[in-house]
Design a binder for this molecule. Structure first.
Ligand code: ZN
Length: 222
């Protein structure tokens, strides 16, 4: 056991140690946040994230107003999905998109063209791990829509990608081909539409439908 004298002799050094440790942790956290962590923090505050995203796309579409969206078409069997059907609807088994298949079934639609649903800006185009395969994401400027200034279309499991991030594209432009996510599924197009643009790639299936639109409804109404 410490005598009372020894205890008080140890108290000040211990306090100094604890204090410097806390200061170290605090300053270390502040300095070591990566850009991704800062982006994540911004995303958690969704209103400031929304503003950040709008500012970014305002710059692009103010400079290139001819790529603003006036209408939307289906991405397969353009313009109205002729000879295609939905094998899985939005909301079916918590599906966050629609699965579009050729009427021939199976892999008969492998390599079929996929078209952009409207004018827009390619924000993402690459292979993503674990069942997603090739994904293209396009941001559409919709200033005349009563609710949404920007919406995003999201095309997954693609066989080929024919655009690159930063491309400005037009409605009906060929952007890729229907694939099977490197053999994971029989070929189909997984199509998502989102009114909250630039969210993470996401899980494909979820109870949480925040930020998502029913693709067919949105395309038909716009
Ligand atoms: Zn799907």
């Amino acid at each position: 056991m410490f005598s009372q004298h020894e205890t008080s002799r140890l108290l000040l050094p211990s306090l100094i140690f604890i204090l410097s440790f806390l200061i170290f942790i605090h300053s270390n956290n502040a300095d070591s946040a990566t850009p991704q962590q800062r982006d994540l923090a911004a995303m958690l505050d969704s209103s400031s994230f929304h503003e950040f995203v709008n500012t970014k796309y305002d710059k692009i579409f103010n400079q290139y107003p001819q790529y603003t969206s006036a209408a939307f078409d289906f991405p397969v069997g353009k313009p109205d999905a002729r000879n295609y059907f939905k094998a899985r609807e939005f909301g079916e088994s918590k599906h966050l998109g629609e699965d579009w298949n050729g009427v021939g079934g199976g892999n008969s639609d492998l390599g079929d063209p996929v078209y952009s649903v409207s004018n827009g800006y390619v924000s993402f185009a690459k292979n993503v791990c674990c069942g997603w395969g090739n994904i293209i994401r396009v941001v559409h400027h919709t200033p005349n829509h009563p609710e949404y200034k920007y919406v995003e279309s999201f095309y997954a499991h693609l066989d080929e990608i024919h655009v690159k991030p930063g491309d400005l594209i037009t409605r009906g432009q060929l952007i890729g081909t229907i694939g099977n996510a490197n053999g994971v599924y029989s070929a189909h197009l997984h199509l998502e539409m989102r009114h909250f643009v630039d969210m993470g790639v996401g899980p494909g299936y979820s109870d949480d439908t925040f930020g998502f639109l029913v693709p067919t409804d949105f395309i038909n109404q716009n």
